[in-house]
Design a protein around this ligand. Sequence first.
Ligand code: F6P
Length: 594
Amino acid sequence: MSGSEWTCRLSSMHEWESPYYEPSLPVSEKSNPLTRDIDRASSGCIVRMLQACDSQMFLEEAGATYQRLMSDGVVETLMEVAKKVELILKDPRDSLVVLSGCGTSGRLAFLVTSAFNRALKELNQSPVYSYIIAGGDKALFSSQEAPEDDPKLGMLSLKEACEGKKRVLFIGISCGLSAPFVAGQLDLCLQNPQVYTPVLVGFNPTHQARDEPIPGCSFTFRSVVQRMEGLAKSQKAFLINPAVGPEAISGSSRMKGGSATKILLEVVLSAAHAAAFTHTPITQQGILQHMRAYEKTLEIPCAHNEGMSALLEAAGKSLQRGRRVCYLGWGSLGVLGLVDASECVPTFGADYEDVRGFISGGYNELKNNEGPLGPDFRISHEDFLHLVLPSLDDHDMVLLIYTQTDDVSDVEKLARRVREKTSNLHAVYHRVDGDTAATDDINKLCLSSLRITWPSPASGLLQMQWELCTKLFLNALSTGAHVLKGKIYQNHMMDLQVTNSKLYCRATRLLQKLSGCPESKCEEALLKAVYKVDNLTVEITSSDISTHTHTARTRTKVVPLALVCLLTGCSLAEAELRLEQQPIVRDAVEACLS
Ligand code: F6P
């Protein structure tokens, strides 16, 4: 890289921190200068852009506007929270650690509580962790965005989870410091300090917490945060909110937000477990060491750039042809596959069948609160064999996701079955140096294999690194494939679902940015697309946002339709026709703009 290219890259690494950069938006909603042209990039370039975005998670603090993952203040709070968890682990009677969030944040709460309850079980200890996800377990694998707006539901689900408990450490996760569901839970904690100690995890500075009124509540997310700030001084509440930079696709907090959530929660809980069970004191050094192991993990995908861009290309081709991408995973990496696949529906307006994940052992492996979720949520490899495999051919891509600790003979068996239908079979495989697992035959069955070799012996930390690496990898694969399919305009998801108040506001803002029209006009156009009318009635304009978002649940392409109307002044019917003729939203928008 030349000197000037480097300076340019460095300045876009930090540009988002300038007070003049998209000043009305919180960090989590800003657009990332690094990915401005991602919609026109080659697969190799997309991979590098996404990696550069991820690396912003670990930017140094020196001279920075916002605190970082490894800033002193953040590390101190992590130590304090770890000590609270340690106390519960040492005396778990009538106590609980609850992790809760909406969408990806709730999915990570599930993943992390599962892993640490498993660790407790291995030590013959009873579980102390519990997860809550807005919308219940079906939200683990589908988008349930309306419950995110419901603070009462949040409170009730927390009360129910903590029935009979005398001491609860509540960890609420909201990447944007924005979800009313979590605000309601934090408020409950603040009202009942004799039982609950609240911790908030998110990735905006506190003054950027969402301040919109929440219908039926006297608090906003920001006012809850301010109350917590007051209590933080006496360690009665904790705020963990480093900035990790804007998402590669604006607002897509499943990416860095999710990864940083996983890192923070695992650092805290690992430190607490080490303190409680191996007498390892909780120290700043220990926390930083764990963080650095994750920072190193980020280098792994970079070392496999070529393989990753080939996979991204293959997935993009399948999606462009209207075919499928299937993830077949084992253990917790299988869960990450399920999660990544299901997030494609709300994130990219993808069809449920476009990207699907399956896990070995299905619900038996998952051990979720509600058990099997019924015929709409089939997730086992057997389901894949019966329901999906028969219709596959070479245009469909299948990806095996496994590690040396999984049953490789099972992987091989499944690979053989897949090869009978498609040669478009690939693998991501984690192993440690010197691993002797017999995977050569699997590799021969695959068109490409990313074999990631790790230096240290398999351990709890290594499993978490495998997971983070797999998450980064799958997020890049599914995001990149949808970029190649033309779902992204610049670095914005155009075809977003407008199914809760946050997404409604995001959609209006996007229309403003792309059309240059005033907010009121953009909201009008959005409502016309939502209600499928060219003229708004008083009934529509006097309804509240929850009515609009409820109606929008069954609508498609509302934002692209509204934008075409705004840019051309045409009717909704004409806009629909234009989008039918030009189904690649990015191209349709560009055609209007030119
Ligand atoms: O509203 C949908 C969504 O943006 C999901 O994509 C995301 O995972 C969820 O909300 C939760 O967001 P946050 O963690 O900021 O509360």
